[in-house]
Design a protein around this ligand. Structure first.
Ligand code: GFP
Ligand code: GFP
Length: 830
């Protein structure tokens, strides 16, 4: 059916974008309802309407995809290849319609057909092929790349199941499989003509050539097939449509047949299952022990497929002349997950193209650039050498060779210094020999960047200081950004309209234009309009909350929102302790002076991360108690929204008054949720961490609530031997709250159910300094509370937040990558 639809769309999409009328759209939707869905206007349900509308949009998209590919091919452009194990795309319909400039017309067309576009769009499952920030950043970046008319391909894995669906049962997180393609995904196109075969396992044979040279040949023990699926990425304005190419694993035909013919039907099936497992599921973050081997195979699989694809395209234009490869191809490694691509390219150049090491290294080290996203030691990937030897024996040899040559460089720079060698070596000589993918990435790349000023400084000073001395200037910063098309224009239509009325409609591509709004920050009428839109968004979110959880929220409460992966360093439990403090204060003094506030959470915990799941449970239990306690629930409400994901973020962010960005200083590399909330007029309560610092610089200290320890203070506190009991013993409030968690007050009849949270903060040593920052946090919250009561003052601050977010468009990030790292030129598509 999919095939038929494509042929159909290719021939019928002839109308030009601007010429496309509402009636054209209407006809196209109805045609697809009839011809693609086999139903009609009277019988169709929302799902059928959604699919028909997608098909109508996809016609437009594919037309532009063809012209883009043609333009790139004709111009033989240099292109960036963004390698990422995660792309957290969310839904595509609304975004594609906005970027094509067809949203309003489609809305009207559907209304005339008697259906509501907003309802229909709810049918679309999120493409949740990522965990959090890193994957969503990749999605924002490919949006900006297409918008800026830059030749780019995203490369990743076509997971059958994306990040799990979260259900909350009796307060606890339950993981359910995500099934984003159960009824087919109308946006993706299978490209069987570009299938790749990928070797795995086996052994390496050493051969001696006639001139005494040594050649290596890898004899793989198994081969899997990589099938590409293309998701079109529509730039704003609809000119450039790039591709996100995701690889699905399948059993290789030729491998199967041998076994099959020999009568091994069952064995053949087993091969099938194993091969298909590779792209079966996305690994949740922090799932460190599970399926390590499979995770490494996933990484190699998508890198090897992508490299073959890139080389095929390069050879089509340049034949066997490799001299221009690094001029045409730049590969950005999104974290170390794709770092195995470095030895893979060298293998291809040395073993397959017959290049000598020096020539191969020359090409490879000019091709790769690497982005670091975290300093957390547990997140810096290491693979047991033994495992690499089993799965990728030739790559292990190549890594040893890279390291050997690198160690000679280190010896030249620091003669006789074995400590430095041990530290910089790709090989960690611990009880089990480990391969450090971070070191490999730095050594094998021509540029390395962190994702916010402070993070990049810490990468230079703490993580890789010697690398900075070896190659001054190689480590750099590119502060993250977000696409304003999705995160303002599409998700907050009323505010977008208001903004355009005041400052024109250029801001989606020139976000600095938002500065113009600052002129209206004290304009009474504008303040009123701005805050009315916020109020309406809160009403809408309150309705959603009611549907999802049964909890009723008064939109006049302060909506205080913390949305992000659940992790101790992000400190959702600091937020929880503060909620408990408010609850206690209200019980002790019913007149306790506070503006009514609703605390909303959205977060998934990695299935294997026990404490993170305990924190979710604690939030839910505390929420139950507070929401049902008539003594306080007119002033305090707590909501945990299940199954946090991109489409839910799009509903929560426009309704936020306060944005919680409270990670321990030095731990959150950048954050990007902080930018989205601020852009939509929320005020940040945040630490001096990641991009919060740059947000504070932009909005000014009077428009943000900064609190807590700085990176230097955090380091000092740890060095001086931090003891959380000192705080517990000396603070009546903190002691009472933590002890409360151990009783059965929140879990009637089951004392101790929430004790692990307390335990982690006391006997566990409070590694993320929750208690140390508590008082400062509580004060910042009181300041926010007082500020909110000054209606005009708050409106002014909210407007300034929106007005000063220009810097954080992902277009700016991409321009910096282009100028400093990728050196691309735009290719305009007719
Ligand atoms: C080419 C063409 C596309 C075609 C794909 C199929 O792209 O139109 O759909 O092949 O794989 F340009 P690349 O070979 O550049 O991927
Ligand atoms: C990581 C970092 C964030 C950063 C993003 C994107 O996010 O601080 O903003 O990458 O660079 F932790 P997660 O994937 O860990 O959520």
């Amino acid at each position: 059916m999919k095939k038929a639809k494509q042929t159909n769309s290719a021939t019928s999409a002839t109308a030009s974008l601007n010429g496309l009328s509402k009636d054209d759209i209407k006809q196209a939707i109805v045609r697809h309802l009839h011809c693609s869905m086999g139903t009609d206007e009277n019988k169709a349900n929302d799902h059928a309407w959604w699919k028909a509308a997608c098909a109508a949009v996809q016609e437009q998209v594919l037309e532009r995809l063809r012209s883009t590919q043609k333009a790139h091919y004709m111009n033989d452009t240099r292109a960036v290849h963004y390698f990422s194990a995660e792309f957290l795309m969310g839904r595509l319909m609304s975004n594609n319609l906005h970027n094509l400039g067809l949203y309003e017309k489609t809305h009207q067309a559907m209304r005339e057909l008697g259906v509501d576009l907003t309802d229909v769009m709810e049918q679309e499952p999120d493409m949740a092929l990522g965990n959090g920030g890193l994957g969503r950043l990749a999605a924002c970046f490919i949006d900006s790349l297409a918008t800026l008319d830059l030749p780019a391909i995203g490369y990743g894995l076509h997971y059958e199941h994306g990040l799990f669906r979260q259900e909350i049962r009796s307060g606890a997180q339950i993981e359910r499989p995500d099934s984003w393609r159960d009824y087919g995904n109308p946006w993706e196109i299978c490209r069987p003509e570009s299938i790749q075969e990928i070797p795995l396992y086996g052994y390496v044979e050493t051969k001696y050539g006639d001139k005494g040279q040594i050649n290596k040949e890898w004899h793989p023990g198994s081969i899997v097939k990589g099938v590409p699926w293309d998701i079109p990425v529509v730039g704003y304005g609809g000119k450039t449509v790039n591709v996100l190419r995701l690889w699905e694993s399948q059993a290789s035909d030729y491998f199967n047949w041998d076994v099959f013919n020999a009568g091994g039907y069952v064995d053949a099936q087993r091969e099938n299952v194993q091969a298909e497992t590779i792209s079966k599921v996305l690994y949740p973050n922090d799932e460190t022990e599970a399926g390590k081997e499979l995770r490494l195979i996933q990484q190699y699989f998508f890198c090897a497929c992508s490299l073959k694809d890139i080389i095929r395209r390069y050879k089509r234009a340049h034949g066997d002349d490799w001299s221009r490869f690094a001029d045409q191809v730049v590969i950005q490694l999104n974290d170390t997950h794709p770092a195995i691509a470095i030895p893979e390219l060298i293998r291809i150049l040395v073993d397959r193209a017959g290049m000598d090491w020096g020539a191969a290294w020359e090409i490879s080290s000019k091709t790769f650039a690497y982005t670091n996203h975290t300093l957390l030691p547990e997140a810096l990937e290491k693979w047991p050498a033994r495992m690499l030897e089993k799965i990728l024996p030739r790559h292990l040899e190549i890594i040893y060779e890279i390291n050997h040559r690198f160690m000679r460089k280190v010896e030249e720079k620091w003669p006789g210094d074995d400590a430095i060698k041990r530290k910089l070596s790709i090989i960690e000589e611990s009880s089990e020999k480990m391969i450090r993918m971070g070191n490999l990435s730095v050594i094998g790349s021509f540029a390395v960047n962190g994702v916010a000023e402070i993070h990049s400084r810490l990468v230079k000073e703490n993580l890789f200081p010697e690398f900075e001395k070896l190659w001054p200037g190689k480590l750099t910063n590119v502060t993250n950004g977000i696409t304003p098309r999705r995160w303002l224009k599409a998700c907050n239509p009323a505010l977008s309209k208001l903004i355009s009325e005041r400052i024109g409609d250029k801001w989606p591509t020139e976000l600095y234009k938002l500065q113009g709004l600052a002129n209206f920050a004290d304009d009474k009428e504008f303040q009123q309009q701005f805050m009315q839109i916020k109020h309406d968004n809160k009403v809408r979110l309150a309705a959603e909350v009611k549907t999802l959880t049964g909890v009723e929220l008064d939109p006049n409460m302060i909506f205080d929102i913390q949305i992000k992966r659940l992790h101790e360093y992000k400190r959702q439990h600091l937020n929880l302790l503060h909620i408990l403090a408010l609850y206690r204060r209200l019980l002790e003094d019913p007149d306790y002076d506070m503006h009514p506030r609703a605390f909303l959470f959205g977060a998934k915990a990695a299935p294997g991360y026990k404490l993170a799941k305990d924190i979710i449970y604690a939030i839910n239990k505390v929420a139950d108690k507070i929401n049902n306690d008539v003594r306080v629930n007119h002033k305090l409400k707590v909501v945990f929204l299940p199954n946090y994901r991109v489409s839910l973020a799009e509903k929560m962010i426009p309704a936020a008054d306060i944005s919680e960005q409270i990670s321990t200083a030095g731990k959150e590399a950048s954050g990007t949720g902080n930018m989205k909330l601020s852009l939509n007029g929320a005020l940040t309560v945040g630490t001096l961490d990641g991009a919060n610092i740059e947000i504070a610089e932009e909005v000014g200290e009077e428009n943000i609530f900064i609190f807590g320890l700085t990176v230097e203070q955090v380091q000092k506190l740890h060095a001086g031997g931090y003891n959380p009991y000192d705080i517990y013993d000396n603070s009546r409030e903190i002691k009472a709250i933590l002890d409360w968690l151990e009783t059965d007050y929140f879990t009637p009849g089951k004392p101790g159910e929430l004790a692990s949270v307390k335990q982690s903060l006391l006997d566990g040593g409070d590694p993320y300094l929750v208690l140390a920052d508590f008082d400062a946090y509580s004060e910042a919250q009181q300041k926010a509370d007082r500020a909110y009561r000054d209606k005009a003052g708050w409106a002014r601050k909210a407007i300034i937040n929106t007005a000063r977010m220009g810097k954080f468009t992902s277009d700016r990030s991409i321009r910096e990558y282009v100028e400093r790292i990728w050196r691309l030129t735009p290719c305009h598509v007719e």
